[in-house]
Design a protein around this ligand. Structure first.
Ligand code: MF3
Ligand code: CO
Ligand code: CO
Length: 259
């Protein structure tokens, strides 16, 4: 996937991506108030599926390479691709990443956030705050002429400087009509290396940052990725487009776009 051509989207297609991205942001905002002790991850999935359909969109994860649910819900030591489950009930102090990808008119809006269930421990709060800052620092590197490696380098420097580690096994990705395509966007790397960014490229930046080791394991369900040491992991994700003078975040809700 990493020497495939990178698709450049037309302004009409970028507009479609903006619509999909805004719907994705609104979906996350709709789900956020559900994140409370006693709610199951399946409850959140079902609310997401219903809201997505009601808005004329489709849940891209459902059936994607056999994924069985509409969103990913990744709690505590789960790094990504957690499968919503009725038996998994949120409890005070948990952290949960909710990753949504509604598809609108064939275009994908891919975004995720990590939420606190009640009050987090100081360490959980720091991990989540550092992870969001990692995503924003990665996004801040994006402009025509910059390199994919600049993004990963900025993220890795900050994460490791704060005493955390960067997951290697999962990366950001080109997105558009295709859910996962070139380029691959590692959240670690070297400045000046990797493919050159050009206006109209659309991809995600979605760092997974761990409390302990960066190593992960995939459970027997073939999806759920957990930290090898079972310590905490957090993630944030936006879909962005390279613009002639920098970057636009496509997965911001209209209120945030207006602000
Ligand atoms: N939304 C995830 C990503 O950020 C992908 C989920 S694919 C699934 O790329 F099959 F696990 F749902
Ligand atoms: Co995602
Ligand atoms: Co993604």
């Amino acid at each position: 996937m990493d020497n495939e051509p990178i698709i450049i989207l037309s302004s009409r297609e970028i507009d479609k991506m903006r619509q999909a991205g805004q719907l994705a942001a609104q979906l996350l905002a709709h789900l956020e108030p559900m994140v409370k002790p006693g709610v199951s991850t399946l409850d959140i999935n079902d609310a997401a599926e219903e809201w997505t359909r009601k808005h004329g969109a489709k849940s891209a994860p459902l059936g994607y390479h056999g994924f069985p649910k509409s969103i990913c819900t990744s709690v505590n030591e789960v790094v990504c691709h957690g499968i919503p489950n009725a038996k998994q009930v949120l409890k005070e102090g948990d952290i949960i990443n909710i990753d949504v990808t509604p598809m609108v008119d064939g275009y994908h809006g891919d975004t995720s956030k990590t939420f606190f269930v009640g009050e987090p421990s100081p360490l959980a709060r720091k991990l989540v705050e550092v992870t969001e800052e990692c995503m924003m620092r990665g996004i801040a590197e994006v402009k025509p002429g910059a390199r994919i490696g600049d993004i990963g380098a900025a993220i890795q420097e900050y994460a490791e400087g704060q005493g955390f580690s960067v997951v290697r096994d999962f990366v950001g990705h080109g997105v558009g009509r295709i859910f996962h395509t070139a380029p691959q966007v590692p959240h670690y790397g070297t400045r000046g290396k990797g493919r050159k960014l050009r206006p109209g490229m659309v991809f995600t930046i979605e760092p997974m940052i761990n409390e302990g080791t960066w190593e992960v394991e995939v459970l027997a369900d073939k999806w759920t990725a957990v930290t090898k040491d079972r310590k905490l992991s957090a993630q944030f994700e936006h879909t962005i487009v390279v613009t002639p003078d920098g970057v636009e975040i496509l997965t911001l809700s209209p209120e945030l776009v207006a602000a």
